[in-house]
Design a protein around this ligand. Structure first.
Ligand code: PLP
Length: 385
């Protein structure tokens, strides 16, 4: 069976380092907000070219804390409208609701699956105060257009970067060439990367993400001094110094052990992304079947292929065919958020593009540890379908 993603194999590459690091962790006696979290925050801020990174308990909380910090700062208030893509993973929308704000669901561009700037413009009202841009499946949303709409309408822009660690905007290097990527990003301090394309970004380190921990984890990146300070407090009971509470806080800290693992994995992220990009390139060049619609890449390197999502009309049949040939696939996502029981008040929204996407997408395996033989077998099977 070709697994959709072999997390054990992905992490077994670090087996010796993880065991060594765990011993250090055990002996440190410091298990919450210790040196490993601090080290990771500095490293990930450097990686994203942002001034700050604040570790959080998970990706959902990273986004919730951003919105709540803006409320503390008086830049958002309860009931303000936040524009979000309708075809995202439900967490994006939940973050807005948990912060007491109102999500306004907007259709994507059908070719990139990312939120449509034209539709954003149509959805703006007097109550609109922010846009939550999601880099879906690993491809950057059209941040140039989104930021200019935001500027013209005095809106905040937040990125949901949970699927796009390391995606680079307008970066003029041919793929796949991981060495060139690394060299450039090390020398160019103002690299425009996921996490550095808006006012603040939320990341998730859920195990299956491009940078995944061995449990839950998340982070906020931002260049905003005030926001970073508030989020640093909010994630830890609103604490400014021990037992001094400045704001109504939460408990959502990046776990020290998860930070230990992330510190070991972060240096491999660009190489892993390059591997994903090269598999995607191979799929795109080799899959030739009129029944299959391939994903559109808007710009080199702006897509780090968290998922390789294709479209097929007769999806159930196609998925069963691959399964009977020992290939596991997943659907991201089978039910659109507005059709979920949890979001009942949104169920009669008219979102035909979103619904068509949810009815026809299917994700085929893509992972930095896939052997070439598996990649070739998948192409052969799809071409024979
Ligand atoms: C994974 C994910 C999240 C949530 O991250 P968690 O760490 O699971 O809370 C949010 N948004 C998107 C788009 C995601 O893929």
């Amino acid at each position: 069976m070709i697994k959709f993603q072999d997390l054990k194999l992905i992490n077994s590459r670090y087996d010796a380092e993880f065991k060594e690091a765990y011993k250090r962790f055990l002996n440190s006696g410091c298990y919450i907000l210790g040196d490993e979290v601090g080290t990771f925050e500095t490293a990930f801020a450097n990686y994203c070219s942002t001034k700050y990174c604040i570790g959080t308990g998970n990706g959902l909380d990273a986004l919730v804390l951003i919105f709540n910090a803006y409320k503390v700062l008086g830049k958002l208030k309860g009931g303000d409208e936040v524009i979000v893509p309708a075809n995202t993973y439900i967490a994006s929308i939940l973050s807005v609701i948990h912060a007491g704000l109102k999500p306004v669901l907007v259709e994507p561009d059908e070719s990139t699956f990312n939120i449509s700037p034209i539709e954003i413009k149509k959805a703006i009202t007097k109550k609109t105060k922010a846009i939550l841009a999601v880099h879906l499946y690993g491809q950057l949303a059209d941040m140039q257009a989104i930021n200019s709409i935001a500027k013209a309408n005095n809106l905040l822009v937040v990125e949901d970067a949970a699927q796009a660690h390391g995606a680079v905007a307008n970066f003029n290097i041919q793929i796949p060439n991981s060495k060139a990527v690394k060299k450039e990003s090390a020398t160019n301090q103002s690299v425009l990367k996921a996490g550095n394309l808006s006012d603040a970004a939320g990341f998730s380190f859920y195990p299956s993400k491009n940078l995944g921990a061995l449990g839950d984890g998340g982070a906020v990146t931002t260049n905003d001094d005030e926001l970073a300070e508030i989020i640093g407090k909010l994630r830890n009971y609103g604490t400014s110094s021990k037992y001094v509470n400045d704001v109504i806080g939460y408990n959502s800290r990046l776990d020290e052990l998860q930070a230990t693992f992330l510190n070991i994995k972060l240096p491999m992220l660009d190489l892993d992304n390059a591997k994903r990009i090269s598999i995607a390139k191979y799929y795109s060049e080799s899959i030739k079947n009129s029944k299959i619609k391939l994903p559109k890449v808007a710009c080199n390197l702006s897509h780090v292929f968290h998922q390789f999502v294709i479209r097929v009309t007769n999806r159930d049949d196609f998925q069963a065919y691959l399964k009977s040939n020992q290939v596991e696939t997943l659907i991201h996502y089978p039910i659109p958020p507005h059709k979920q029981k949890a979001l009942l008040p949104y169920k009669s929204l008219n979102l035909p593009i979103t619904e068509a996407i949810h009815n026809t997408v299917i994700s085929i395996p893509i992972s930095p540890v896939m052997p070439q033989t598996e990649i070739e077998k998948i192409v052969e099977l799809i071409n024979a379908y």
